[in-house]
Unconditional design. Structure first.
Length: 256
């Protein structure tokens, strides 16, 4: 299957429209953001799957944001996990093959130790990964700016869980990695990184510019993945303008 290309939907973007445009741009998949209007209990899984099939588009999802799966408060953590497990089940029913998750916490750091919260995160990731595997679904943990799992700290997550990784280029830039650093990381961990968020930026900020509009050297970043890598590339651009998305696809394809 090699490299497959797609994009992440944005708030205000209906999935039917996204699937149709992905088909028109000759893309392989859409990464549906399961938050806001596309939260699991607002989705008709059968209708989503039918629309994807009609447009000859595969499906991935971005699981809901801001769910505290490492909360030191038992009922908060359990509730967040239940919601993510339910979202995974809905995503699988929609025909999605993989989902991006944020392994993060909003726990008050002066009161709770880093190591304790990190172990809570790892326990939750293991639970999500096990449940997902039972549903033929792949959990891909995203590198998030901050103290727990930026890209450079993923080695511990790789050692302690079986989860895959979503490598977000803009987030990596925020944590001090340049394009060569990103390429080196991908080259070293191409067996665990199965999904990328192509998030362009001009500075160490989460700008999500159209692909090629920032200063990241994507030719260098993607070079380690050109031969024999099997995975998915999601253009993650904060826009509802399909012209910018089409240009982003054209620029990406020129590099592949």
């Amino acid at each position: 299957m090699g490299i497959r290309r797609g994009f992440v939907t944005q708030i205000g973007m209906e999935y039917e429209d996204a699937f149709a445009h992905a088909n028109a741009f000759d893309l392989d998949f859409v990464e549906l953001m399961m938050d806001g209007q596309h939260v699991r209990n607002r989705l008709d899984a059968e209708a989503v799957q039918e629309s994807a099939v009609e447009n000859d588009i595969d499906l991935a999802v971005h699981l809901p944001f801001a769910l505290d799966i490492a909360s030191p408060f038992e009922h908060v953590r359990e509730g967040a996990l239940r919601e993510l497990l339910a979202a995974i089940e809905t995503a699988a029913d929609c025909g999605a093959e993989k989902g991006v998750v944020h392994a993060s916490t909003s726990a008050w750091s002066p009161a709770w130790g880093h190591d304790e919260l990190r172990e809570q995160l790892l326990d939750s990731v293991r639970e999500l990964d096990t449940f997902a595997s039972e549903h033929g679904f792949e959990v891909c943990v995203e590198n998030i700016p901050g103290e727990f799992f930026p890209a450079e700290r993923f080695l511990h997550l790789f050692d302690e869980t079986g989860a895959s990784m979503t490598f977000d280029t803009g987030h990596a830039r925020m944590n001090g990695m340049d394009s060569t650093d990103m390429a080196d990381f991908l080259d070293s961990h191409r067996d665990r990184v199965t999904h990328l968020h192509l998030n362009d930026t001009r500075r160490a900020s989460d700008e999500h510019l159209p692909f090629g509009a920032g200063t990241l050297d994507f030719e260098t970043i993607l070079d380690p993945l050109r031969d024999d890598w099997i995975g998915t590339l999601s253009i993650e651009t904060f826009t509802l303008d399909w012209g910018y998305m089409e240009t982003s696809v054209e620029r990406l394809d020129a590099l592949l």
